[in-house]
Design a protein around this ligand. Structure first.
Ligand SMILES: Cc1cc2nc3c(=O)[nH]c(=O)nc-3n(C[C@H](O)[C@H](O)[C@H](O)COP(=O)(O)OP(=O)(O)OC[C@H]3O[C@@H](n4cnc5c(N)ncnc54)[C@H](O)[C@@H]3O)c2cc1C
Length: 431
């Protein structure tokens, strides 16, 4: 996408049909949420997960779990406008749209299968994703392949009707909760780097797959290392062509959709309102420097809202998100580092002895309705450090914006196009 084409206006007006759909969603929420609902974060800590699992079933029964999927596959058949309105209303009500792994199960691999899968793959996997029988995680990153994903070295070799997989993945979020993993594996080490990779669907409940938790600085173990030692999956579990996994993998990363543009500003506004309440509680609201920093955060969330509306306009017009994803990712993740630092300054010494409820999520803001505890903010501060790394680091987002939006020259490549040559140069293999 050139810089010229990227420029665009903003017209996020919703049609009458859209507003009628909003009323339907509000009625659904009023009927199905418990009395006195104040957001998922207001539930006692041990009730968050059971509620989310039960709520997922309610969404599924009402065609609202994978709302955009065709009805023939058990989805809701919702239009893009309906998806956006539903996402807005769910964010305002502070209800989950699924459980922790659904970002991998529904948003990533489910959408990828609908786009690239064979009829047999769709018929087998899609219903099991929706029922929750199969729970997925993402096996992309490796110790030597993060930003430079094309450098991945996990190998898969055909043995009759099965792939045999050996290697390691790392930073596998919620891998300990999953029973399936989608794996990028090198299936032709002699081809050019991006042309020797296949996208495999691998069951995790087998002896050759070992999941080891990684402790984070928050003390949580949200992500894992996953080791494959002669792990196996059927030959037919390749999505796309054998050695043609790269375009499948990239399209999976592109499922940054309209809902995020709609919900992100609502989530960060809710969080900022909590921070203002914290500043009042702690007597910091009259401090001119704190006020100035809160005002800065307010302008950032407002700009995020307008950026979201611009992305939404394009989404509702049926255009591909393009560089919107990189702009939004860079913007919210850098903002979140700053706002959580401000929270710690408001807490002062209490931030060194955090008390109360820790965030129930490792990503972005604490859940809507969460108590304004020091532990909630310290946890969000820790999580915000990771926000500028996962889903592509800030530096990589800047590269994408530089190349795709500003039309700057492509960055020089440090390594060659050949995976085998790079491995030889690094002394990792002899020949
Ligand atoms: C909380 C969390 C959850 C994650 N979950 C998953 C998951 O579920 N599945 C999965 O597969 N992965 C996951 N990841 C991995 C994530 O995608 C990678 O960490 C990320 O892509 C960066 O890769 P890296 O860690 O190898 O860092 P590197 O790529 O080694 O980068 C190191 C530093 O170099 C910079 N850098 C690298 N290349 C360039 C460049 N071309 N130009 C400028 N600067 C550059 C980076 O910005 C960074 O600052 C997760 C990561 C985190 C933190």
């Amino acid at each position: 996408m050139s810089g010229q084409r990227y420029r665009g206006g903003m017209d996020p007006t919703y049609s009458e049909e859209g507003e009628a759909y909003r009323e339907k969603i509000r009625a659904f929420l009023a009927t199905n949420l418990p009395d006195g609902w104040h957001g998922i974060g207001a539930l006692p800590g041990d009730e968050v997960r059971p509620f989310s699992e039960q709520w997922r079933k309610t969404l599924h029964a009402n065609g609202l779990l994978a709302a955009s999927w065709p009805e023939v596959y058990g989805g809701g058949g919702a239009t893009p406008l309906e998806q956006v309105i539903m996402a807005e209303e769910f964010a305002i009500a502070g209800v989950p749209t699924g459980t922790a792994n659904d970002v991998f199960s529904i948003q990533m691999v489910g959408n990828t299968l609908l786009n690239w899968g064979t009829p047999e793959q769709k018929a087998h996997h899609i219903p099991r994703i929706l029922s929750g029988e199969d729970v997925w995680c993402q096996g992309y990153s490796e110790p030597d392949a993060g930003s430079d994903l094309g450098n991945l070295g996990c190998r898969a070799v055909l043995d009759g009707d099965e792939w045999v997989i050996n290697g390691q993945k790392i930073w596998t979020s919620a891998g300990h909760l999953a029973n399936w993993i989608f794996v990028l594996a090198r299936t032709d080490p002699d081809a050019a780097k991006h042309k020797g990779i296949s996208f495999l669907l691998v069951p995790m409940e087998q002896p050759g797959v070992e999941v080891r938790p990684i402790a984070m600085m928050s003390g949580e173990s949200e992500f894992n290392e996953v080791f494959f030692t002669d792990a196996r999956c059927p030959r037919v579990n390749v999505v796309g062509e054998i050695n043609g996994g790269w375009p499948v993998a990239m399209s999976l990363l592109g499922y940054e959709r309209g809902e995020a543009a709609a919900t992100m500003p609502i989530m960060f506004r809710t969080e900022l309102d909590r921070l203002v309440a914290l500043a009042r509680e702690r007597g910091a609201i009259d401090d001119p420097l704190i006020r100035q920093r809160l005002a800065w955060c307010h302008t950032k969330v407002e700009i995020m809202r307008y950026l979201g509306k611009r992305a939404l306009t394009r989404f509702l017009q049926g255009q591909q998100p393009g560089a919107d994803g990189a702009i939004s990712k860079l913007y919210w993740s850098e903002y979140h580092r700053v706002v959580t630092e401000l929270a710690l300054d408001i807490l002062g010494a209490d931030a060194m002895t955090p008390a109360g409820r820790w965030p129930a999520t490792s990503f972005q803001a604490d859940l809507p309705g969460a108590p304004n505890d020091s532990a909630s903010w310290v946890g969000a501060f820790f999580n915000a450090r990771a926000g500028t790394i996962y889903a592509g680091t800030s530096q990589v987002q800047r590269n994408i914006i530089g190349e795709l939006v500003l039309g700057l020259p492509k960055e020089p490549r440090a390594r060659s196009d050949s995976w085998r040559d790079d491995q030889k140069a690094a002394g990792a293999i002899a020949s």
